[in-house]
Design a protein around this ligand. Sequence first.
Ligand code: DOR
Ligand code: ZN
Length: 443
Amino acid sequence: MNILVKNAKVIDPSQGTDGICDITIENGKIKEVRKSGGAEARKKTNADVRTSAYAGFEVIDAEGLLVVPGLVDMHVHLREPGFEYKETIRTGTEAAVRGGITTVCCMPNTKPVNDNAGITEFIINRAAREGACSVYPVGAITKGQKGEELAEFSIMHDAGCIAFSDDGRPVMDSLLMRRALEYSKILKALIISHCEDLSLAAGGVMNEGLVSVTLGLRGIPPQAEEIMVSRDIALAELTGGRLHIAHVSTAGSVEIIRAAKKRGVADITAETCPHYFHITEEVAAGYNTFARVNPPLRTRADVEAIRQGLSDNTLDVIATDHAPHHMDEKTVEFDNAPSGISGLETSLGLSMKLVEEGVLSLSQLIEKMTLNPARILGLLSGGTKGTLRPGADADLVVVNTKDEYRVDPGGFRSKGKNSPFDGWTLKARPAITISNGRIFRWE
Ligand code: DOR
Ligand code: ZN
């Protein structure tokens, strides 16, 4: 189907586009993005639409709306195979497009673990049949994510794994992590590190501090993350491998990454998630299990440091770490609840708050949700994802930035209703998402 999106305010950091444009889509690809600012140009487009120039086009009038490339979320748990009661590839990708996300990377902590080409192919095939958006599997670093033996990187890479991670768990053995980075270098694949020193975390369930003491819960000090951030940067230096640090949650981690980037030592990148720049350990007060997440929510000072790290580009990417869980699993004692937040459908609205609050410019924010993850994943070369360049996949999101709405997890497409942002008032909301040329419309 051919599509014309007209009179949109388009922001595309990949081309420095910031203005009123018409976008044409043909055969599932971006054909052209043309400036349409000014009354004359607008009149011409409207006249062309009435006549034959756009015969057979689906016309979307985006006047007064923002259009950006489809968001790229490089950290998502789709749960299939094995945990379909929490989420499936179908429901997870439907939640993604509802959130304006058209590309997701899915983490390997499924059952069985995605540590072999058979599982990778299963995910790719199911996503092709049932997925609402593009899905790129992340393979496990170690077999069964047990941290003992490397998985078959090369075979999994050939099968379609775009990166490797033991996310959900760290690779505690430094020699194994060294080898993983060495292989990643040969394959030009990315290693995504879940930074957590398990011995120091010592079975903790929330941030170590006043709140954990008050609640009588075992705490995890920020150093459990920071030690591993330091180690992995050292190993990236040693090997020259491509390291991406997942879900940064502490001020100390931001500082370590900033210093490493400044030294120019290694090809490292890092991400954080909306919960780490909006909420603190205080949300866990009252034993709110929706605030249990790994790494844990930290302090106000950490939140401020994460914001600063985003602002000065120490942190390259905003990802969700979408971690849906069943309500029955979360409706238990804090100690027994699984970690995770359902994030796909609040990511854009929560992130846009950073623009409203003056932390990031709009184009800087969009860069961290489109161009940067696409570039880090190698999806930009050839111009397929994270960009509105001619020839790119027809992925974009039309955002209503004016109407306020309340977050209602009951209405999520995701099976995971576990959100600590229930009842928050947000502004930016996708009105239409175009994913690989398919139109999803809600307003
Ligand atoms: O909170 C989290 N949930 N952190 C992780 O690292 C894993 C994830 C999950 O799979 O539920
Ligand atoms: Zn994760």
